[in-house]
Design a binder for this molecule. Structure first.
Ligand code: B12
Ligand code: SF4
Ligand code: SF4
Length: 336
């Protein structure tokens, strides 16, 4: 099979596995991104996310992740729905729209496993029958099928590869924007030794717009494409462990989990259409939940309500911390 035929076939398999879009970038070191990442880390913008500071050189070079890496396959999964953009009223909090349904890690991991097994069957049809799949300790080792896939947690600057693979451009809020679909989609990558035909990189369409930077209520977007996590509501409500300082608690506003404000205002999200993915549709009570209901959850009720949901990440204690902060913010606003 030629590289072009193989690329075509793999893209068809990715769509068949349930991804919304797929693109290919040539694997190469990214010294400029390594420098920017290092500057970001040196400025402490990652807050307590110490794992981001682990081996930044690896994050900027797929060859350090897979020996002989030649391509980065990038997949996207849309998650928008018909539900309203951020809209809260007293007594209610906001959960970010990406977290209304099933955890995307679970969905994408299942699909990445199916995809990489299907690709392996194409490129190495003689695999032993006990081969359990990429990254699962299978033997004997076959370099053709040394696929490393990850969603979020891999040492990969996903948006940089997605931009290069033609799936969108990194907007001024730092998220990837597709000119037709907007930004409500997830990303995942597969680093592979296969030589595939790269796509043309997407170009930047932000122009003079600064709507996302103007809309950020905490000034977390400190420069174009640079987010200081320590001021970002998403970080404070999801990733930050332990108690919030009074300033951090006030930055949450009405948000109990994540934040969509910089994406809500992006003109490209006006064209966004519902993803039509049942597992990502809002569960009952997910959109603008009552704060009293959330505060009343015990361990068992929390586990049942947020089973297989991204919200599980905060654990009950984290969610309670956030709800308490939002209640205080709303009480303060009401008395002003
Ligand atoms: C850590 C992390 C966070 C942190 C830090 C955010 C950040 N902007 O880095 C926090 C917790 C705040 C966060 C929040 C969110 N996240 Co997040 N996050 C990540 C994660 C795991 C790593 C990102 C990372 O490496 N950051 C380090 C910084 C330095 O990287 P960077 O921003 O890409 O930096 C580059 C650019 O700034 C660029 N750059 C700087 N200057 C310039 C200038 C020019 C001209 C150019 C071209 C580039 C450029 O160079 C830097 C180095 O390469 C990725 C998954 C992954 N592995 O990539 C998901 C990811 C980015 N998150 C995602 C999502 C959905 C979110 C939220 C929307 C969730 C929510 N609703 O609450 C928010 C959005 C907040 C925001 N505006 O960024 C999605 C984004 C999907 C998309 N369409 O882009 C990802 C890709 C997860 C996924 N698998 O789908 N996130
Ligand atoms: S997610 Fe919210 S807090 Fe974070 S950069 Fe966007 S608007 Fe600002
Ligand atoms: S809101 Fe404007 S500046 Fe921000 S990402 Fe969208 S188009 Fe770019």
């Amino acid at each position: 099979m030629t590289a072009a035929d193989l690329t075509h076939r793999i893209k068809a398999l990715a769509l068949a596995a349930g991804f919304s879009r797929v693109g290919v970038a040539r694997a190469h070191p990214r010294p400029e991104d390594q420098r920017r990442l290092q500057d970001w880390l040196d400025a402490g913008r990652h807050g307590d996310m110490a794992w981001l500071a682990k081996d930044p050189a690896r994050r900027a070079d797929p060859g350090r992740v897979v020996a002989g890496a030649r391509s980065v396959l990038v997949v996207a999964l849309d998650y928008d729905s018909d539900a309203p953009r951020t809209e809260t009223q007293p007594g209610h909090g906001w959960i970010s729209r990406y977290a209304w349904g099933t955890d995307y890690h679970l969905l994408m991991e299942r699909r990445l496993k199916a995809l990489t097994r299907a690709v392996a069957a194409e490129v190495a049809p003689g695999l032993p029958t006990d081969w359990r799949g990429p990254g699962q300790g299978e033997a004997p080792f076959d370099p053709r099928t040394d696929f490393r896939w990850s969603v979020d947690y891999g040492p990969v600057l996903e948006r940089r590869w997605a931009e290069e693979a033609g799936l969108g451009w990194q907007g001024k809020h730092s998220l990837l924007v597709d000119p037709q679909r907007g930004s409500f989609f997830f990303l995942a990558t597969v680093i592979t030794p296969l030589a595939l035909t790269p796509d043309a990189p997407q170009t930047d369409h932000c122009g003079s717009c600064t709507a996302c930077m103007d809309a950020c209520p905490t000034d977390a977007i400190v420069a174009e494409r640079v987010v200081d996590a320590r001021r970002c509501i998403s970080y404070l409500s999801i990733e930050k462990r332990g108690p919030l300082t009074p300033t951090e608690a006030s930055l949450l506003g009405d948000h109990v989990f994540g934040c969509d404000l910089c994406q809500d205002v992006c003109p490209f999200n006006r064209f966004s259409e519902p993803a039509g993915e049942p597992a990502l549709e809002p569960r009952s009570g997910a959109v603008a939940p009552r704060l009293a209901d959330l505060l009343g959850l015990d361990d068992e009720a929390f586990r049942a309500r947020f089973r297989q949901s991204p919200v599980k990440r905060t654990k009950l204690a984290g969610l309670r911390r956030n709800v308490t902060a939002v209640l205080a913010n709303q009480a303060r606003d009401a008395s002003e």
